[in-house]
Design a protein around this ligand. Structure first.
Ligand code: ADP
Length: 196
């Protein structure tokens, strides 16, 4: 890598002679470095440094996964659901975020753990407060299209300081069906799977 960085474009023969190894011995190494995108091999020109470091390569690799491929099943409640029932749903479905839909199934809001805790410690009657009073509503919901890459999804989660993105499809102008969710857990699972 150092030789190609400083002297590229350079032939395989020349690299081999500088390293004092045979061209045949070097061939598998050059093949791996070329396939992994660290070097570029140009016929009759030689090897050049592709300018990508390991961090870039990892990001490129991760970017091939889309939100649509890794999405999980979302927990969904209707607008008339009470704060009390929303809390029960958090436990039953073992989730931290609920998505609120209208009677036609279109996304209207997001309710998080802390939204519900705030209502609970505020002393409201949880049985009477509907989730619509508590939720973050459209158009303020940060969403993801199915073809969004997971790196951009992770950045959205970090930038907006949220736990989950609904994966959506625009069924009619301004009306969104929810196809799934991408959460911190979804992304952690992907990293664990890729590393095992
Ligand atoms: P927690 O409340 O458990 O920290 P979040 O960090 O996800 O969970 O939520 C923080 C705030 O952001 C809450 O008020 C919630 O309603 C809102 N929120 C959660 N997800 C989204 C989203 N995808 N788009 C916009 N707002 C969201």
């Amino acid at each position: 890598m150092e030789i190609v960085k400083s002297s590229g474009p350079i032939s395989g023969e020349e690299i081999a002679s500088r390293l004092n190894v045979s061209r045949a011995a070097l061939r598998p190494c050059l093949a791996i470095l070329t396939m992994s995108g660290l070097l570029e091999a140009r016929p009759r020109v030689g090897y050049t440094y592709a300018g990508k470091d390991a961090k870039n390569l990892f990001a490129d690799y991760l970017r091939r996964f889309t939100v649509g491929e890794v999405k999980a099943v979302p927990a969904v409640v209707r607008e008339e659901t009470s704060a009390y029932d929303a809390i029960v749903t958090l436990f039953v479905e073992d989730v931290g975020t609920l998505f609120v839909v209208d009677e036609e199934g279109y996304l209207q809001g997001v309710v998080s753990r802390k939204d519900l805790l705030k209502t609970a410690i505020g002393g409201s009657d949880l049985l009477r407060v509907p989730v619509t009073v508590i939720m973050t509503r459209m158009p303020h919901i940060v969403t993801a299209d199915p073809d969004l890459d997971v790196v951009t999804a992770a950045k959205k989660i970090v930038d907006y300081q949220i736990d989950a993105l609904p994966v959506i499809r625009e069924a009619e102008p301004g009306k969104f069906k929810i196809l799934g969710k991408v959460t911190k857990t979804t992304l952690a699972r992907l990293l664990a799977e890729l590393s095992s």
